[in-house]
Design a protein around this ligand. Structure first.
Ligand code: UTP
Length: 475
């Protein structure tokens, strides 16, 4: 039996033979294309997901019993221990100087809500220079390399859909001044979408509807791509994980790294206090002695609104998708065993499909299910996980939607406010409107400053000082 026949047989036996229903009409290269996609699919895994998440009880029997708020390390201004923060920072700086830390960006998402043509990381995000998200991160890494006299590796996870465009963007921009040998791209895995009967959806006669397997797919992709081995060879023990959509993120944060090391944590997370009860962020909770993130949609109302003795939200620790992971924890999770494995979640989506004549249709209503893993589902498997507070205005303003909250407009305003705050702290006045948003566009490059203190240093060294005006760029 040829390899093709063998694969087609396996799909038939699994009740998915319809994937090849246009086989006889396909040219040789289109057949190869379809077979290559089919080879990516683990039929036993898909069958299990169909039985549990599509046909079964849909995995909705979430056990939310016994949830407690997760403890976290508070910022000094919220009662945290100033000396402990200073000590953590020193420990983190030491690890950075010793080359123990690598950066990791998950950039494989489809970015459907933003609706921008092109990889999200290429979105022009900064207020004056319109630099891309990727460039902002690259400059933050350059700044960290200079400050800690180290060479950082940067891993970027792409998807099949955006990999080539992402790599080309870096090449066209000469890697924004980074050493190309230290920037490492790899594609994440894909999963087929299925209809509500559990049949794999074809989006064209020669193409299965495949989509990225979620940011949780990062763990197995880091292992499969060889990235984890590459880290080991380079002596990297800690991976600084951040999403592609948040230009405020401190890609490299010594205090966070220090706390992670001091507590022997395998996976650490940053939190911000929720802005209001129903804010759509995951909640850090403790359940059965394990740290978990409960999605906002799963949190019972009586818990989201519960207050403590100070009148503050009891479950206030919101997840902002910034983590540190130890290399060997990634390896363990990414290799997976039957009892150490990230669960899949189902998401009902509108998935283009072919009719029997081979024409593709875009449905108006959700017609099927995609399967995704979430990185925070690794937390319950981690030893000594910790949660560390950060300030929202310092570190979190994602670009998710085309308009409204978490949009380019809110992110621009948040960047301007942050830059103005650093300037104010050095005694420089910036005109603002009634919402505190600067009325002039200003931009501070990460290579000039990444916080109040580094701004003060760089500003002090400037001679002559520039005029504070619309369009000012400090780089
Ligand atoms: P989001 O949850 O915002 O999803 O991803 P998205 O796909 O980018 O956007 P929408 O929902 O289609 O509008 C959060 C982060 O996780 C990455 C994204 O690139 C982003 O950095 N991600 C998400 C992946 O790397 N792979 C995925 O499969 C999903």
């Amino acid at each position: 039996m040829s390899e093709h026949e063998e694969i087609i047989n396996r799909f038939e036996e699994a009740g998915q033979g319809h994937v090849f229903r246009f086989w006889d009409t396909l040219s040789e290269d289109r057949r190869e294309h379809l077979i290559a996609q089919a080879k990516e699919i683990d039929l036993a895994e898909i069958d299990h997901l169909i039985q549990t998440l599509v046909k079964g009880d849909q995995g909705v029997h979430l056990d939310l019993s016994g949830l407690r708020p997760a403890p976290y390390i508070a910022l000094p201004e919220h009662g945290g221990d100033q000396a402990a923060w200073a000590e953590a920072r020193l420990a983190g700086e030491k690890a950075l100087r010793a080359g123990k830390v690598a950066a990791f960006t998950v950039a494989g998402g489809q970015g459907t809500r933003l609706g921008y043509a092109g990889p999200k990381g290429t979105f022009p995000v900064t207020p004056v220079r319109r630099h891309s998200l990727f460039q902002v991160f690259a400059e933050k890494l350059l700044a960290a390399e200079r400050r800690y006299e180290c060479e950082l590796l940067w891993f970027l996870m792409t998807s099949h859909a955006n990999h080539e465009d992402t790599v080309a963007f870096f090449e066209e921009n000469h890697f924004f001044g980074l050493n190309p040998d230290r920037v490492h791209f790899f594609r994440q895995g894909r999963m087929p979408a299925v209809d509500f009967e559990g049949k794999i959806i074809l989006e064209a006669p020669d193409a299965i509807a495949m989509s990225p397997d979620g940011h949780g797919g990062a763990l197995r992709a880091l292992v499969r791509s060889g990235a984890v081995n590459r880290m080991e060879l380079a002596g990297v023990d800690i991976v600084s994980y951040f999403q592609v959509d948040n230009p405020l993120v401190r890609c490299i944060d010594p205090a966070f790294i220090g706390f992670h090391l001091q507590s022997g944590s395998e996976m650490s997370s940053k939190m911000v206090p929720k802005a209001y009860e129903k804010e759509k962020v995951g909640h850090f909770c403790i359940q059965n002695g394990r740290l978990v993130v409960v999605e906002y949609s799963d949190m019972p109302d009586e818990l989201t609104s519960m207050r403590d003795e100070n009148g503050e939200l009891r479950f206030r620790a919101g997840s902002i998708a910034i983590h540190l992971l130890s290399r060997e924890f990634i390896r363990r999770m990414g290799e997976g065993t039957s009892d150490v494995v990230l669960p899949f979640h189902r998401a009902e989506k509108k998935i283009p499909f072919v009719d029997d004549a081979g024409a593709t249709h875009k449905p108006e209503q959700p017609n099927g299910v995609k399967f995704e893993m979430f990185v925070f589902d690794a937390l319950p498997f981690a030893q000594n996980p910790i949660v560390v507070e950060t300030k929202r205005s310092d570190e979190f303003s994602p670009v998710k939607n085309a308009e409204g909250i978490d949009s380019p407009a809110t992110c621009r305003a948040d960047q301007l406010k942050l830059f103005a705050r650093w300037m104010n702290a050095s005694g420089i006045a910036v005109p603002v409107d009634e919402n505190g948003v600067p009325t002039i566009a200003i931009e501070i490059a990460p290579t000039f400053a990444t916080d109040e203190d580094s701004f003060a240093e760089s500003w002090a060294a400037l001679d002559p000082k520039p005029e504070i005006r619309d369009g000012l760029v400090l780089a």
